[in-house]
Write a protein that binds this ligand. Structure first.
Ligand code: IMP
Ligand code: MG
Length: 182
């Protein structure tokens, strides 16, 4: 039977470390947004894991919504083009929006998104990300909450994909080089 784990060269961040960091992030957010109107906005599909864990680590009332944008094709290189595939269902007026992301890479996606959402009468808009890859940054953007900073390597797992695969791995890892040439 094909096992995805055979494609992993090494685990970069363990399931246990992710749990701990997301829990801590939820605690900080609960404190910072105690008197606010918190709305979590996750960017599909990579952010599904962090969204599910983060919302359970938040102890104050919270609204959630999802949107879908495209910035990547099948490969590992950014196209720089960001398109809204699915917009939010909710009105953002008066909301303290916290965008939940899997990874902040070039930052082009998030920079575009924050600019679009900022124009919808939000009270505030900030970013929470599982991973930050600052070496690759093109846009002038920094996360307000971040669990881990990662080196300039392509990572998969815990929501992050390569060619739509590996999202269901419970940890963040690096693929064996031969996977890319398959
Ligand atoms: P950015 O616009 O370059 O910041 O990248 C946005 C999106 O690219 C992320 O939300 C991911 O879906 C994807 N991405 C960037 N780096 C990686 C990676 O190392 N592994 C998997 N997906 C990535
Ligand atoms: Mg993503």
């Amino acid at each position: 039977m094909y096992n995805m784990e055979d494609d992993i060269e090494r685990i970069l961040i363990s399931e246990k470390d992710i749990k701990k960091a997301v829990k801590k992030m939820g605690k900080a957010i609960s404190k910072d947004y105690a008197d606010k109107n918190l709305m979590l906005v996750a960017v599909l599909k990579g952010s599904v894991m962090i969204m599910a864990d983060l919302m359970r680590a938040i102890t104050i009332p919270v609204n959630i919504d999802f949107m879908s944008v495209s910035s990547y094709g099948g490969g590992t290189k950014t196209s720089g083009v960001v398109k809204i595939i699915k917009d939010l269902d909710h009105d953002l007026s008066g909301k303290d929006v916290l965008i939940v992301e899997d990874i902040l890479d070039s930052g082009l996606t998030l920079s575009y998104l924050t600019n679009v959402l900022r124009q919808r009468n939000v009270s505030s808009i900030r970013i929470a990300t599982l991973l930050d890859k600052p070496e690759r940054r093109i846009a002038d953007i920094t996360p307000d909450y971040c669990c881990f900073t990662v080196p300039d390597e392509f990572v998969v797992g815990y929501g992050l994909d390569y060619d739509q695969k590996y999202r269901n791995l419970p940890y963040v890892g690096i693929l064996k080089p031969e996977v890319y040439t398959k």
